[in-house]
Ligand binder design. Structure first.
Ligand SMILES: Nc1ncnc2c1ncn2[C@@H]1O[C@H](COP(=O)(O)OS(=O)(=O)O)[C@@H](OP(=O)(O)O)[C@H]1O
Ligand SMILES: [Mg+2]
Ligand SMILES: [Mg+2]
Ligand SMILES: [Mg+2]
Length: 380
């Protein structure tokens, strides 16, 4: 029974993330070059867009529709404060039409769509109802509606991240990566083509591929499927493929990834570490949890993040990626080698210096030792 319930939760979560990705693709293609008023800046100077609010509303409404509102508790990044302001009516209108358009496609994804057109209050309520404060008891969903919003507004990589936490442990994770194609080799072609197409006209057709990855804790399996626009025509069995971490353990052949922005993670500290460990390749700097995705499917071997002192990592930036890497065979800890603690509310409390994810224990140990050796002489 329990297993059946978990399988259904995963199935619904994957479909919901697929829908969210489709919403994001539509908004992102409209953002390039125009509709910049759909982007706002938060108090901490980070961007938030119609897609962030839209995805949060859609996920909240669909999970409630599928499991019953009383059974669904969600901890998510956004709130509707800015959207509720009197001077935000155009922005709110934009979110309302984006959400309704997305939800009307629910039957194509095998999901039920809310019975009526939703108005402003329905949508503000859906966003604001994602107000779980997490903790060590019970179950709650964790959502980052758009992770890497900076990448999103730049027409680059971003992710939709949904995870389920039970008694402080991540038990299921789904990561939608709309601009990360199924094969790494398509990436360059895809990015160039994407930029070209979006400056000319909105992208259409099936070439525009991303992927959705997912895993359940303890299964020893992680999976990837292409973005689909109609589950009725989609053969899940033959299109999904199991993913596995890379088998490279020699640092000389390993690739490490890190955030694009120096403000989010010290590039100079990781450059020193890379040198000391014998990493020779250029870092892969990419926005969002696509970094976790890259490790999980073997496109890179190491992910490191060292935020500035005082910055507290949020659980929605790591939950889905963590379980997918672990089930694909990798290791994720803080820089002290300890597990990440998802049981203390919205922050990863007690995090030791930074986050290290690796394809295997050998590389992981080398990095952890190198952090210890160079930390005291760093300025972090
Ligand atoms: N100062 C600071 N230090 C560290 N981390 C921060 C900081 N500010 C924000 N954030 C969080 O970083 C999330 C984006 O991470 P990325 O890896 O995509 O960063 S980057 O754009 O590639 O530089 C980003 O997630 P989103 O807000 O969902 O985009 C934030 O949660
Ligand atoms: Mg994020
Ligand atoms: Mg976000
Ligand atoms: Mg944000």
């Amino acid at each position: 029974m329990e297993e059946g319930a978990r399988a259904r939760e995963l199935d619904v979560a994957v479909r919901v993330v697929q829908m969210a990705c489709s919403l994001c693709q539509r908004v992102q293609s409209g953002l390039v070059g125009r509709n910049r008023e759909q982007i706002k800046v938060k108090e901490d100077d980070s961007p938030v867009t119609v897609a962030d609010w839209g995805v949060q509303a859609v996920v909240s409404l669909l999970l409630s529709e599928c499991f019953g509102g009383e059974n669904v508790s969600i901890l998510a990044e956004e709130d509707a404060h800015t959207l509720s302001r009197k001077d935000a009516t155009t922005l709110l209108e934009s979110v309302i039409s984006t959400v309704n358009e997305c939800l009307s496609e629910a039957p194509k994804y095998g999901l039920k769509c809310p019975p009526k057109h939703l108005g402003a209050q329905d949508i503000l309520d859906a966003i604001n109802s994602c107000n779980s404060s997490g903790g060590s008891k019970g179950r709650f969903w964790v959502l980052d509606p758009v992770d890497g919003t900076l990448g999103f507004v730049r027409g680059d990589q971003y992710a939709v991240a949904l995870a389920l936490i039970e008694d402080g442990e991540v038990i299921l994770g789904v990561l939608g990566c709309p601009n990360y194609p199924m094969k790494k080799e398509w990436l360059n072609y895809h990015q160039r083509y994407y930029r070209l197409m979006t400056t000319l006209s909105p992208p259409s057709g099936s070439w525009h591929k991303g992927c959705v990855m997912y895993a359940c804790k303890g299964s020893g399996e992680a999976w990837m499927q292409p973005l689909v626009h109609d589950f009725g025509e989609y053969d899940q069995q033959s299109s999904a493929r199991m993913i596995r971490v890379s088998s490279i353990s020699d640092p000389a052949f390993a690739t490490f990834c890190e955030p694009v922005e120096k403000a989010n993670s010290s590039h100079s500290f990781t450059a020193g570490l890379a040198h000391n460990v014998g990493l020779r390749k250029q870092p892969l700097r990419v926005h969002s949890m696509v970094k976790y995705a890259a490790i999980a499917r073997g496109d890179a071997e190491i992910f490191m993040k060292f935020a500035r002192a005082g910055y507290k990592e949020k659980i929605w930036d790591h939950a889905a990626g963590l379980v997918i890497i672990q089930e694909a065979g990798g290791v994720v800890t803080d820089a002290g080698g300890h597990p990440l603690d998802f049981s203390k509310g919205i922050y990863l409390e007690g995090l030791n210096r930074g986050i290290i994810a690796c394809s295997g224990p050998l590389l992981h140990e080398k990095i952890i030792n190198a952090v210890d050796a160079s930390w005291d002489s760093s300025n972090l």
